[in-house]
Design a binder for this molecule. Structure first.
Ligand SMILES: Nc1nc2c(ncn2[C@@H]2O[C@H](COP(=O)(O)OP(=O)(O)OP(=O)(O)O)[C@@H](O)[C@H]2O)c(=O)[nH]1
Ligand SMILES: [Mg+2]
Length: 238
């Protein structure tokens, strides 16, 4: 990430904190938020070391509500499970719906319910991996809580971050949520099978993602028809 991009992220975070606080506690709010972020990042670094010690390939899957994160993970798990031992950690405010869906495709799953929290953080993941024998896995996917805002505040210690949006969210969704595109390695535009019916300008979405992060790899997929799932798996290095 360039200095300019880092400054922009810092600026957005400050605006966010400033809007939340009364004048007399504004500095405290900003400082506390910074400390929480630093503690999270330190733990995320430890998690990454643990993943590496176990030769585990790890991915944080973030994206809009309903963009197809679980549907893509179902397809990916099905396809790679003969080669890799897969664990999927699913984050949702409530229910085990996503974990149950993925478990039918030969992956082990754990569901974390975050209650009112809108993203997973490094503490959630640390607790899970502390209670698991990691020698049982080659690949760990973490499906974050569906939204394009909060997950940018918390790194989880994975090697890669994949951001997923879809043609149903409108062609402005990328430019309106630059943070996660800046911080991700791969961007997936899913539900490409609906592109014509909806008239979504996918080229604009691709252009916006490249402008925000020139290094990001962009793929268009359909979890429904299976289009480009093989390319996505290759892109993930699996
Ligand atoms: N037509 C079409 N539908 C899709 C595709 N991918 C997912 N869907 C459908 O979109 C809906 C939401 O998909 P999910 O996989 O649950 O989305 P998600 O991102 O995991 O949603 P949350 O976990 O709730 O944020 C489901 O009805 C899927 O069947 C796709 O590529 N094409
Ligand atoms: Mg899901």
């Amino acid at each position: 990430m360039s200095d300019k991009e880092e400054k922009e992220i810092h600026r957005i975070r400050e605006i966010e904190s400033t809007n939340l606080a009364r004048d007399e506690i504004r500095d405290l709010v900003i400082e506390t938020k910074k400390e929480v972020g630093q503690e999270n990042d330190a733990l995320a670094e430890q998690i990454n070391i643990i993943f590496k010690q176990h030769n585990i390939l790890s991915y944080d899957i973030v994206g809009a509500i309903g963009a197809g994160k679980t549907a893509l993970l179902e397809k990916i798990s099905e396809s790679i499970s003969s080669k890799y031992r897969v664990l999927v950690i699913c984050g949702d405010i409530t229910t085990r719906v996503d974990a149950d869906r993925i478990e039918r495709h030969n992956a082990e799953t754990i569901q974390i319910n975050t209650g009112r929290e809108c993203a997973l953080n490094a503490y959630h993941i640390y607790q899970i991996i502390n209670n698991k024998d990691l020698t049982n896995y080659d690949v760990i996917f973490i499906e974050n809580v569906g939204n394009l805002i909060c997950p940018s505040d918390f790194s989880l210690g994975t090697d890669n971050r994949v951001v997923i949006v879809s043609t149903t969210e409108g062609e402005w969704v990328v430019e309106k949520h630059p943070m996660l595109f800046k911080m991700s390695d791969i961007a997936v535009i899913n539900k490409i099978d609906l592109r014509e019916r909806l008239g979504t300008n996918v080229e604009k979405m691709i252009k916006d993602a490249k402008k925000i992060n020139p290094n990001i790899t962009i793929l268009t997929t359909s979890a429904k028809t299976g289009q480009n799932i093989d390319k996505l798996i290759k892109c993930l290095g699996l």
